[in-house]
Design a binder for this molecule. Sequence first.
Ligand code: HEM
Length: 134
Amino acid sequence: MQPAPENPLDQTPFEALGGEDRVRALTDAFYDRMDQDPAAGPIRKMHPEDLTESRQKLFEFLCGWLGGPQLYVQKHGHPRLRMRHMPFAIGESERDQWLGCMAFAMDQLEVQGELRSFLDARFAHVADFMRNQG
Ligand code: HEM
């Protein structure tokens, strides 16, 4: 497996993105897209009908993962993300649906330039790590 891409910025991605409110907006845009885009239907169906908790957990996780406050770890402990995704069949198609929703969300928030290239690479890396088949 490729190593995770290194941060080329002179601040954390969390700071470059604009802090908690922007991570919240990113998470909301991501799940709104998953909810609305028929192309993401297969991964939408894996999630609970009510996405409130999914939104909150991804928001908390991303804050820490981007170099901000470790909200997820404080509440739930180590994320063990790969293990938590094992009950769901995640292949290339599901990975790409997830990344498509995230790219759409970043477009909506106008995440551009060096930060965008870095986040595209980091999300691609972690989403591929979640793959447990194909
Ligand atoms: C690759 C395709 C992926 C699929 C199909 C997928 C699907 C899911 C599903 C079905 C759940 C359980 C429902 C829920 O708790 O919302 C979940 C939970 C979660 N996912 Fe993903 N996911 C993917 C990738 C990712 C990636 C790349 C990240 C992080 C960058 C991520 C972060 C999370 C988090 C933080 C949770 C909540 C874990 C918990 O229960 O505490 N997922 N995901």
